[in-house]
Design a protein around this ligand. Structure first.
Ligand SMILES: CC[C@@H](CC(=O)C(=O)O)C(=O)O
Ligand SMILES: [Zn+2]
Length: 337
């Protein structure tokens, strides 16, 4: 990450990461600029993470705490993920082999639904050893008239301006995230551009560029944990994942009103500050622009997209996931290496 543009203090501002887990990973700081600083668009256009401060993008949602949500959505059932520990690793249930649940490693998380009031009561009465909870609700009309009004009062001009000048596709969804202190969303990448906004509390995000795909070891695309690193950051298995020792990341602390731009295909590992109150954040996921004319050299995220397509095509052609590795090795070993 040699060519990061300096922020006011040269992008070297050390974020206060007390209260977050320490990993043995070299980390640079994600540069931080005010929303009206032209360098914000320079970073976004180069698809590099940047922390944007002082915008009023979701000023009308700054009051979204669990009391307010409980008051305005008393009976709505919201999606809550439940985990045996602090890790909330996403499972694509559509990729779970039907009827073979028994021989799968026990799934670590399960989905539930409850009202905001129930969620608040559960996290208030939580004690060490209890299952952990993470409210993750897509914003749609079911959030009720008051939150819809707040949503309509977002600074859409600012968001639409970013969407337009960077040629993003449509806004696909906003995910409301209410996390217990200390919850972790382990390292993964998404295939969408992301404006990730802090509403309450502090989250630390560690990011890696798409070109570090071979340091982070996602499982096969057919796996329920597709797009997620298999490396346990707290106890990395360097025998199985040796190149993880070469991973070089960036970090940012997202606080109230901050927007972290997470470029598509960038790996990110997000955690809520430990021993602190619950956190509230909201993301804006945008499809990226369709690639009209291919420019060479290809960008690293485009190469990851190619890898995914090759893997899907080979698996589809073979109709047997167990044969994929052998064929891919035969293609490369002794020929390209
Ligand atoms: C999905 C949960 C995660 C956010 C994230 O991964 C994203 O917005 O892409 C987090 O904040 O814990
Ligand atoms: Zn994500």
């Amino acid at each position: 990450m040699s060519n990061t543009l300096p922020s006011e203090d040269g992008g070297k501002e050390k974020y206060d990461t007390s209260g977050f887990r320490k990993y043995n990973i070299p980390l640079e700081q994600v540069p931080k600029f005010s929303h009206d600083d032209p360098r914000v668009d320079e970073y976004i256009s180069e698809m590099k993470p940047v922390l944007i401060t002082g915008s009023n993008l979701i000023e009308s949602a700054m009051k979204w705490d669990l009391e307010y949500i409980s008051e305005h959505m008393p009976s709505s059932n919201l999606t809550v993920i439940i985990s045996k520990d602090h890790n909330f690793k996403y499972v694509n249930e559509k990729k779970l082999p039907q009827g073979q649940m028994s021989n799968l490693k026990p799934i670590h998380t399960r989905w539930s639904s409850m009202t905001a009031r129930e969620f608040l009561q559960k996290i208030k009465s939580w004690k060490e050893g209890d299952e952990r909870l993470y409210l993750q609700q897509v914003l749609d009309s079911s959030v009720g008239p008051q939150l819809v009004q707040d949503f309509l009062h977002f600074n859409w001009e600012w968001a639409k301006n970013k969407q337009r000048i960077h040629g993003w596709g449509p806004l696909t969804s906003n995910l409301l995230l209410i996390s217990m202190e200390g919850n972790v969303t382990p390292c993964h990448y998404d295939e969408q551009q992301n404006l990730f906004v802090g509403i309450r509390g502090f989250k630390r995000c560690i990011l890696f560029p798409p070109e570090q795909f071979d340091c982070l070891y996602p499982p096969p695309v057919s796996d329920p944990h597709d797009r997620q690193s298999q490396v346990d950051f707290e106890n990395p298995d360097l025998k199985r994942f040796p190149k993880f020792s070469e991973a070089r990341g960036m970090e940012a602390i997202v606080g109230r009103g901050d927007i972290l731009y997470i470029p598509l295909y960038w790996w990110h590992h997000i955690e809520s500050k430990q021993n602190d109150d619950y956190t509230v954040s909201l993301n804006f996921w945008y499809k990226t622009k369709p690639t009209a004319d291919i420019e060479y050299p290809l960008k690293s995220h485009q190469k990851v997209a190619i890898l995914r397509n090759i893997e899907k095509m080979v698996a589809e052609a073979l109709q047997n996931p167990d044969e994929v590795a052998h064929l891919m090795r035969a293609l490369v070993l002794g020929r390209y290496t």
